[in-house]
Design a protein. Structure first.
Length: 598
């Protein structure tokens, strides 16, 4: 056996500088350099190739990378990430490293919880708390500390991976507490923001807000809680509900101006940053204080470290609910969770493509243990595949690769997973359903959606149409959001018309094979319009196909619930791993589609 000096060491690679900022139109993407990194022949086994069945069929994305926000950066970064991953795999192969021994020696690369008690930091530097595999929805960072020192100002930065050639990593959330105010106010204030080398600081968000009437909601919570005000009227009103003596005291207290601020110099505070579906919320001592909406390319799964600096005496830091992969060596029912192989010689009834992010390990496992256990899936009549982009974090990519080889149901995408690029995954699902699997119908869903596979098949059969079908929750009269404050903002340059063509909501829709095939053919010709709202994009593509003479049936399915679950559902969205397991159990016990929590 060949001996290696360090079989667990990751090789460091430098990302290509060939792709320039797309905002500079005078610079050209060196596509040959990118192709050499992403699409070079690799010494991979047939088993390894199973997770790359759409990889080479997506080469044309490089020629149109500027059609979606951050597309150029995502492909550039994928080149470096892919080279690093392949070098690591090759090194392990050459060193004959046993996979289970490798994972045991390296330990749990993606732990579920991390904590540091009696944390201390030098006065002049930041305290660093690594988060090895990013954050996911439900993850939280809790910091217990005491603001102290002359000013008692401190900041908490959630940072991403350091990029080659850039002096500092991106700041995905900058949470700055200024107890004695700043240039704009003498009152205590919390300032939140983001920073990247390419775009510098973004637009800051302040709490208390200088414009309370413009406060928006993130995950149904105010960006700045109404309790964080200069005139503490909430305090008086809250005390009015107590007994008469305290009510009298409250009235007397109300004659004075009180202020509420969640942090106080010299007093212990417990602050928790929690990851939601739309943004990050901060609670202090159990009270919601702020919400911060995610910004493009600064998603929570890209966070790699928590940095705490300034006048804060840290007592402890705890990270919980972190993304962690399942140890397949201890999985009892492993064979029952592996996907059934696909052959072009054997047509299938339905391909279900599932959008998933790199470190959503728990969500994928929940899907495998629940609706992927339908008889139609286990028999091979229905195939389910997760479509996942690469991560800038090498540990996450390695865990993802191991998961892909273990279960055989992941399709890796040749770009870094940014939300703005999900339309590329829609295209990839169409490619897989027509070029890799000969599927009569192709369905798109998300990894937090529960799909009643039997009812989807039965509904398609009842429609009794094999061509020109779009089945799902159809929206036939929607308009683009023209306010730049909207999370779904669409500029006139992106879509000029006042309305969209009919489209089906993203948690679950089905198209017939001919539509999926026409989409891929249009893409190969370079004529496919890329639109950042993927479900609307499918509606746009179908409208263009109709112009070529295809008759399309828009079959509305009201039981696709895009905002949660209702009894009798065909698709229930926004279901976490626990809800998934509960829904599956109810189906097994009651033989009816009943929601959990009732």
């Amino acid at each position: 056996m060949k001996k290696c000096s360090n079989p667990l060491e990751w090789l460091q690679t430098t990302a290509s500088n060939a792709i320039q900022n797309p905002e500079n139109a005078s610079k050209v993407i060196a596509t040959d350099t990118i192709i050499s990194k992403l699409f070079a022949q690799r010494n991979l086994s047939d088993e390894h190739q199973q997770s790359l069945q759409t990889w080479n069929l997506l080469k044309n994305l490089i020629n149109h990378a500027q059609s979606l926000p951050n597309g150029v950066e995502a492909i550039k970064e994928a080149g470096g990430a892919w080279s690093t991953l392949m070098d690591s795999i090759e090194k392990k192969r050459l060193c004959y490293v046993n996979e289970s021994a490798y994972r045991t020696a390296k330990g749990k690369q993606c732990p579920q919880n991390l904590n540091k008690i009696n944390a201390t930091k030098p006065d002049t530097t930041a305290y660093m708390f690594p988060v090895p595999c990013g954050l996911t929805q439900g993850s939280s960072i809790t910091i217990i500390g005491i603001p102290n020192g002359l000013l008692s100002n401190f900041r908490i930065d959630l940072t991403g991976e350091e990029l080659p050639g850039e002096p500092d990593p991106p700041i995905i959330l900058h949470y700055n507490v200024r107890l004695h105010g700043d240039k704009l106010t003498e009152e205590p204030v919390i300032v939140q923001n983001t920073w990247t080398a390419a775009h510098d600081w973004g637009e800051e968000q302040r709490c208390p807000s200088p414009a309370p009437e413009k406060i928006k909601k993130v995950d149904q919570l105010d960006q700045c809680s109404k309790i964080v005000v200069h005139d503490d009227k909430w305090f008086v009103m809250a005390n009015m509900h107590s007994n008469s003596s305290s009510r009298s005291a409250a009235v007397q207290e109300g004659s004075k101006t009180r202020k509420y601020f969640p942090f106080k110099q010299g007093y212990l505070s417990e602050a928790t940053l929690r990851v939601g579906s739309e943004g990050i919320q901060m609670t202090v001592d159990g009270k919601h204080i702020t919400s911060f909406a995610y910004r493009e390319t600064l998603e929570p799964w890209l966070i790699s470290e928590v940095r705490i600096s300034g006048d804060l005496q840290i007592i402890s830091v705890l990270a919980s609910g972190l993304p962690t992969s399942e140890d397949s060596s201890h999985t009892i029912d492993l064979e029952a969770l592996k996907s059934v192989s696909i052959s072009l010689r054997k047509p299938i009834d339905l391909l279900i493509g599932v959008f998933s992010n790199t470190n959503n390990f728990k969500r994928r496992m929940a899907v495998r243990r629940t609706w992927m256990q339908y008889p139609a899936v286990r028999s091979g009549a229905v195939a389910v595949r997760f479509f996942v982009g690469l991560h800038k974090n090498k540990i996450v990519n390695e865990e993802l690769w191991n998961e892909a080889q273990t279960y055989g149901d992941i399709q890796l995408m040749p770009f870094v997973d940014y939300y703005s690029l999900i339309t590329w995954k829609t295209l990839a699902i169409c490619i897989f359903g027509t070029e890799v699997a000969l599927a009569k119908f192709v369905m798109k869903t998300d990894d937090d959606a529960f799909v009643r596979v039997d009812e989807v098949l039965a509904s398609i059969k009842r429609v009794n149409v094999t061509h020109g079908l779009l089945y799902g929750l159809i929206n036939s009269d929607s308009r683009p959001h023209r306010s730049s404050d909207s999370k779904w903002y669409i500029s006139p340059e992106e879509w000029l018309e006042e309305t969209y063509p009919p489209w089906a909501h993203g948690p679950g829709y089905v198209v017939s094979n001919d539509i999926a095939k026409a989409i891929y053919k249009t893409h190969k010709k370079g004529h496919l319009k890329m639109f950042k709202l993927e479900d609307v994009a499918m509606g746009i593509w179908i409208a263009d196909i109709k112009k070529e003479g295809l008759e399309v049936l828009y079959e509305n399915e009201g039981r696709v619930y895009s905002e949660g679950c209702k009894d009798g559902y065909v698709v229930a969205h926004y279901q976490g791993p626990r809800e998934m397991l509960c829904l599956w159990q109810k189906l097994q016990e009651d033989k009816r589609a009943k929601c959990c929590g009732d």
